[in-house]
Design a protein around this ligand. Structure first.
Ligand code: SAM
Ligand code: SF4
Length: 332
């Protein structure tokens, strides 16, 4: 098929990063992410592995250089490893990097297979190392399994970054100890502000912890040096001087990052969302099923024209979420 043009949106931003939510399902129910009683998509609504691979490969042909598998919890999908193997074949020939974001509950059993598939870096969510606080935030789960998974990923040869959502009154006091632990264990840490995505059972405003204040406190305790590393994403980075640990801060509420946005997101039912915080989407599943790769290309072009300039997140007491989709649907 003819070579399609690169992916540039109407605001001049080049798209080089695709996130794929391989399932909206999860074995945890983190309070800031989901409601306790979630309704998930019926299995027959999901993209088949072959369709995900074809769409991803078309994005690679059009200039995507990084793909992240996420969800929901990607490792609860039975063919997730098979998908990783299929996409991993493109690493070094088209794709620069294949990565994964996981809650870590099944990482120990899959770490070696993920490494063999070509994954060298993995993000693991860990909002608390305290078993009770972990269970409270995730509404279940065993933090020991996640810690074992992190160790297994490191042993398999992967660089691990911890994702921690900063939650007022829940884990604020654990942030500095978490950074100290990451330094000791050779891990990176990214702190995330809670984002208004999808209805949950609580008011996010009660748990919102602005990272500006958190950073000021960390600077008093750690020798943090600004790091200009740019992933084309929302994080701003610091290094803990004298260590290998990088600290990232994702602050969509207190520091907007949209003007350098380089990513789009494919949901498990085949919709391409151009922005985590807006509703514009194009149905790639319908396109590929109706007209194959030519229709897929045309749908991708339509989608690019819809990429908005920015999200309009806002956390206010009693306010409705910015979008009704949960992060687990769009792929965090
Ligand atoms: N289940 C995997 C995990 O937890 O890492 C991957 C999917 S999860 C949606 C991806 C990331 O999004 C996690 O680090 C999670 O903490 C974060 N996240 C989920 N909902 C969020 C929200 N409303 N605001 C900010 N971060 C959120
Ligand atoms: Fe599941 Fe990840 Fe959402 Fe937690 S943050 S409920 S682990 S998808």
């Amino acid at each position: 098929m003819a070579c399609a043009p690169a992916l540039t949106d109407l605001h001049g931003r080049t798209i080089s990063y695709l996130r794929i939510s391989v399932t909206d399902r999860c074995d945890l129910r983190c309070r800031y992410c989901m409601s306790e009683k979630m309704t998930f998509l019926p299995r027959n609504a999901l993209l088949q592995l072959e369709e995900i691979a074809l769409i991803a490969e078309r994005f690679i042909a059009r200039g995507v250089r990084k793909i992240r598998l996420t969800g929901g919890e990607p490792l609860v999908r039975r063919d997730a490893i098979e998908l990783a193997r299929r996409l991993g074949r493109h690493v070094g020939s088209g794709l620069n990097e294949l990565t994964l974001t996981t809650n870590g509950t099944r990482l120990a059993e899959h770490a070696e297979a993920l490494f063999d598939a070509g994954i060298r870096r993995v993000n693991v969510s860990l909002d608390s190392r305290d078993p009770d606080t972990f269970r409270h935030i995730a509404r279940g789960g065993d933090v020991a399994r996640v810690l074992t998974g992190i160790a297994a990923a490191q042993a398999a040869g992967m660089r691990v970054k911890i994702n921690m959502v900063a939650l007022n009154g829940l884990n604020g006091a654990e942030i500095a100890p978490m950074l100290a632990w990451c330094v000791a264990e050779g891990l990176d840490l990214t702190l995330i502000e809670t984002m208004p995505l999808g209805a949950i059972d609580e008011d996010r405003a009660d748990r919102f912890l602005p990272l500006t204040g958190v950073l000021a406190e960390l600077q008093e305790q750690f020798p943090l040096v600004r790091d200009r590393h740019n992933s084309g994403g929302p994080a701003q980075y610091w290094r803990v001087a004298g260590t290998g640990t990088r600290l990232g801060l994702i602050s969509p509420l207190t520091a907007n990052f949209c003007n350098t946005c380089n990513r789009v997101r494919l949901t498990t039912e085949g919709k391409l969302f151009m922005c985590l915080g807006q509703d514009d989407q194009v149905d790639l599943k319908a396109a590929i099923r109706a007209g194959g790769l030519a229709a897929l290309d045309a749908a991708i072009d339509r989608a690019l024209a819809l990429k908005p300039a920015a999200h309009d997140f806002r956390i206010a007491s009693g306010a409705a979420p910015a979008v009704s989709r949960h992060m687990s649907v769009t792929g965090g």
